[in-house]
Ligand binder design. Structure first.
Ligand code: PSU
Ligand code: MN
Length: 305
């Protein structure tokens, strides 16, 4: 039985040469950002990974296989496509078996990266526990995936539209190391400081790579969440966003938005209310995460961990 994976020429060459790889997700392209910034960002993020000495592998499901690396025409096709399915762990096999086009979330990208032997993955912000989860039960499958699949995920924390305190509690329960990069505070996506302390802190990519390798040596299941604060110049202070987040949260409730639609709805509304500032911040943080992920992948490949 062969795995339903298709490697792009760039990724295939990198694998043959043993070069460090960084997985990138595609839901941020199809559901997280509007056209054409989604394509521009996806390209810039890939270049950031290359510039930091690693090879990018953007992941998506198309024609019955998981593409590990998207050639430029495929990336553009995905960025322009409408009605693409948002794939988490639950949806991946059905989408592939049906030969449909699907964009991978953090959870599905982790599964695909692991199948492809890629240990490091960069995204914007992971999914987590939604506000009001005590009644809606809306908790992203990203959290469970971090507990079971051995991939180091670099994100700017969890998205600030979430209940970050509850998200940290669930990650602790699941045994997921949450490592803030270079600061004590847990970052809040568009803002550097959520007001919450991160459980762990490391200050350089070599240390993060060593922790990843040690986890594997110990046989502990699951990955690591590296919470990399957005660059100072690009952040939107949390106090400025708080009333907007409360507003869009209420709107989602009133409009009866549930399930997979919740996160894209909230992000899109914040984008409109900030007149695009949240999008600029989102782009800056993903690019910064890609550079850090590449440095971690390079450190892992250098071995001696
Ligand atoms: N990061 C971003 N924008 C996004 C996402 C992450 O900057 O749109 C996506 C990721 O794919 C993440 C998903 O896994 O949002 C979470 O969706 P949900 O809350 O439905 O699990
Ligand atoms: Mn959800």
């Amino acid at each position: 039985m062969t795995l339903p994976l298709a490697f792009s020429p760039e990724v295939a060459a990198a694998r043959a040469a043993g070069r460090p790889l960084v997985a990138l997700e595609s839901t941020i392209v199809t559901h997280g950002m509007p056209w054409p910034q989604n394509l521009e960002t996806a390209r810039a993020v890939e270049d950031d990974v290359r510039g930091a000495g690693a090879v990018p592998a953007t992941i998506a499901a198309m024609e019955g296989v998981i593409h590990i690396g998207l050639a430029p025409d495929r990336l553009e096709q995905l960025a322009r496509a409408e009605g693409v399915v948002k794939l988490s762990r639950a949806d991946l096999a059905v989408c592939l078996a049906q030969g449909r086009t699907g964009a991978t979330t953090v959870a599905a990208t982790m599964i695909a990266a692991h199948l492809a032997g890629i240990a490091v993955f960069a995204t914007g912000g992971i999914g987590g526990v939604h506000r009001g989860a005590e009644t809606s039960f809306d908790i992203s499958a990203d959290l469970q995936e971090l507990a079971r699949t051995p991939v180091t995920v670099v994100a700017a924390g969890a998205k600030a539209i979430l209940d970050l305190g509850k998200t940290l509690e669930v990650l602790e329960t699941l045994g997921v190391p949450v490592i803030a990069m270079g600061q004590d505070a847990f970052p809040a996506f568009w803002s550097r400081d959520s007001g919450l302390q991160a459980p762990l802190r490391l200050d350089d990519p070599v240390a993060i790579a060593a922790a990843h390798a040690m986890r594997a040596r110990l046989g502990i299941a699951g990955g690591q969440l590296v919470a990399n604060p957005i660059p100072t110049a690009d952040e939107i202070p949390a106090a400025e966003l708080a009333p907007l987040i409360a507003q869009v949260q209420a709107e989602a409730g009133a409009a009866g938005i549930t399930g997979k639609a919740v996160t894209p709805f909230l992000l899109q509304r914040i984008l409109s209310l900030t007149a695009g500032r949240s999008l600029a911040a989102n782009i800056a943080l993903v690019r910064s995460n890609a550079r850090l992920a590449a440095a971690i992948a390079v450190a892992l490949a250098d071995g001696d961990n």
